[in-house]
Write a new protein. Sequence first.
Length: 248
Amino acid sequence: MIRRPTRVVVSVLVLSRVAAATEAVFPGPPVTIDDAETVEPKHLELNLTTSYSVRRAGWEGELLRVDANYGVLENVHVNVEVPFVVALDDDTHRRGFGTGSLALKLRLVHTETVQFTFHPALALAPFANVSADPQGETSFTLPAVLDLALGHEGAGLGLQLSRSFARTAADDTWGAAIGFASPVGDRASVMLDYAHTATPELRLRDGWFEAAFLRARLFGSEHLTLLTALGYSVYNHGMALVGVRVWL
């Protein structure tokens, strides 16, 4: 299952921060564009989400997506992502594991106002007998993310560019996205972004808009963050998502 058609890399669910007088918030999960933040060494971050998508041919949902991120070094973390999917397409019911992925995030620049990250990701189609998408393909993505702090109110701007390579050359793509994020109180943030994919010949494919709301300190716990998102593509594909981040 592709929850967001223009999503080009596995991400970390975290409110990105820079060492400034006011904490800057950058676009990040659950929105399409990633952020440039990395998990601190020897810390684990679990992102547990469920989502529901509607398309012309039917619907599909992720009963659970487990997104685990572990900091191995300063400015370096690894990521593993596995979804369990149910879907109905043209009266055909499917369920099983969706396309999982492995990723490595490397933060190369980290200043008070600028962060730059490079993080290769490998999407792995599951075994056919436990897969909701037996035709799923393995692909490799090379994305780069630039985060910029805006002004002194804690707002942030994110820019992302990627190149994906699939086993079938026709599925190779370029991806580009821009996002904006801003705090709306001591514990909450809103995020907006737009992303678009294109063929290697730069013929445009799908475009995707997404809006998200994050609430930190869920139930008063410093270890929990609530996330919600709504997305819509130019091909009339809608998505709703809710989840929680667990920081260990």
